[in-house]
Design a protein around this ligand. Structure first.
Ligand code: HEM
Length: 460
């Protein structure tokens, strides 16, 4: 589908073959990200990793991300943080046994604690203010901006009221982020002996051999990355293929650690909703976990790797509910898809959501059936283009393993320690599966469930 909105050309790709052409065969022709005034202001002139155009600066920052931020040492220390937070989550649910809890909220609290501890260390002043500003920035930067559709009309850019409000908010954000950076300069070590993200970036700042010296603004761009509103200037796409020209205020969780955890909490939430609606799948997953850990009080991160059915459940959840349903790209060279030319600088949206539900690729696509992956070679490593929840090609998600760890361990624990029921008077069919429309795909309404403690020592 091709849309011409003002001067902006947008192409939506919804077939496996066309996705393969732009993400693999012609990669990196389509490896830029769409531009917008909001992202430019709030994300320090696109100097983070997600919004950066495909260039040498991006290459340097992505390398640092993979080698330094996701180094084996950091993965281990973030693993300890995760274990700690899972324990807290389980304890808090145990104290609510038998009562309806807002599971969406609990899961979000769990993932955002991991994020904040991994990114900024244990204690962070102004955390709540910063989170509130981030949310506001995302909503504003994600709003409709006429100037984005007419990049060559400079007057529209000068008159943009939204732009001044964003600049004002950037100043407030700057003050808090400067404080965080300065605090880290004085105290240089993260939790569990590792480094947090700010520590790593400050260390890299001292590296004189870098081609692009890292400035304080670059550090702030990387850390101020929560629910980044990718591709904001395009209209609001319904994943059914229709287009809503209203003001889009949705955001997509696609940046460093915070967006990483945002995506994880979306997956966990959807998976629990699917499991309660599919009791036989829930029972099979619980039976596997309870058999594997019979009598144990805790589950370690490494133990989870043996849980084959749990992994199929997560795969199936990614198929039906990819946390980033529309992959936002932009053409840096003219390229072709299905024989059609995509002009230079076009925005390209790859519709992961619709490909995951296309009856041409999947039998009974709407059913939640993890067994479909049982003897199948289809994986999410970016080679099967009908199933690309982590993207594909040069800009493939560098945090996939982290993201999976943030889903697998808590899910295993939730299913091991509790049986789950619907609140009184409700049946599993009452679970509302409505999605927020737009580029990100969290559930529209929170999930309320009743945890009932399962005692591993007695099996009751
Ligand atoms: C369930 C968890 C996650 C999902 C589903 C997910 C999905 C994605 C997707 C679809 C993209 C765009 C890829 C493309 O354009 O081809 C992306 C990019 C990215 N992700 Fe993730 N992600 C997850 C977790 C994480 C985590 C934990 C981190 C951080 C450690 C992370 C860091 C990034 C970064 C930095 C990019 C930008 C890469 C670039 O533009 O070069 N993600 N992710």
């Amino acid at each position: 589908m091709h849309l011409q909105l003002g001067e902006a050309s947008t192409v939506v790709i919804s077939s496996r073959q066309a996705a393969k052409e732009v993400l693999k065969i012609q990669d990196p022709a389509c490896a830029d990200r769409p531009e917008s005034i909001g992202c430019k202001i709030m994300w320090y002139d696109y100097t983070d990793i997600v919004f950066s155009p495909y260039n040498e600066y991006w290459r340097q920052m992505r390398k640092i991300c993979i080698l330094e931020l996701l180094s084996a040492k950091n993965v281990r220390s973030f693993g300890s943080i995760r274990q700690d937070e899972v324990c807290r989550l389980i304890k808090s649910l145990q104290s609510s046994s038998g009562q309806a809890v807002n599971l969406t909220d609990r899961i979000f609290g769990f993932t955002s604690s991991i994020t904040s501890r991994a990114a900024f260390g244990e204690v962070m002043r102004d955390r709540e203010t910063l989170v509130a500003l981030m949310k506001k920035a995302v909503t504003m930067a994600g709003g409709f901006e006429l100037a984005d559709f007419f990049p060559s009309f400079k007057l529209l850019h000068v008159l943009s009221w939204n732009k001044y409000k964003l600049l004002n908010m950037r100043r407030k954000v700057d003050t808090i982020l400067d404080g965080i950076v300065e605090e880290h300069k004085l105290k240089r070590s993260g939790e569990f002996g590792g480094e947090d993200i700010v520590d790593v970036l400050l260390r890299m700042q001292k590296n004189e051999e870098l081609e692009f010296p890292i400035t304080n603004d670059n550090i702030k761009a990387v850390i101020f990355n929560r629910e980044a509103p990718v591709l904001v200037p395009i209209p609001h796409f319904r994943r059914t293929g229709t287009v809503d020209f209203g003001t889009g205020t949705d955001s997509s969780g696609t940046d460093m650690f915070s967006a990483g955890t945002e995506t994880s909490s979306t997956v966990l939430d959807w998976t629990m909703a699917e499991l309660i609606r599919n009791p036989s799948v829930m029972a099979k997953a619980q039976a596997e976990i309870r058999e594997a850990f019979k009598g144990k009080n805790t589950i370690e991160e490494n133990d989870v790797q043996a849980l084959k059915y749990l992994k199929l459940v997560i795969k199936e959840s990614f198929r039906l509910h990819p946390p980033i349903p529309l992959l936002p790209r932009a053409c840096r060279e003219e390229c072709k898809a299905n024989g059609y030319s995509i002009p230079l600088k076009s925005k390209v949206m790859i519709n992961i959501w619709s490909m995951g539900r296309d009856p041409e690729y999947w039998a009974e696509p709407k059913s939640f059936r993890p067994e479909r992956f049982e003897n199948s070679s289809i994986d999410f490593l970016g080679n099967n283009f009908e199933f690309i929840p982590f993207g594909a090609g040069k800009r493939f998600c560098p945090g996939m393993n982290f993201g999976l760890a943030n889903v697998e361990l808590p899910l295993a624990q939730l299913l091991y320690h509790f049986d789950w029921k619907m609140p009184k008077g409700m049946s599993p069919d009452d679970v509302d599966m409505t999605e927020v429309e737009g580029i990100a795909a969290p559930r529209k309404n929170d999930l309320f469930l009743v945890p009932i403690i399962y005692d591993p020592s007695t099996g009751n």
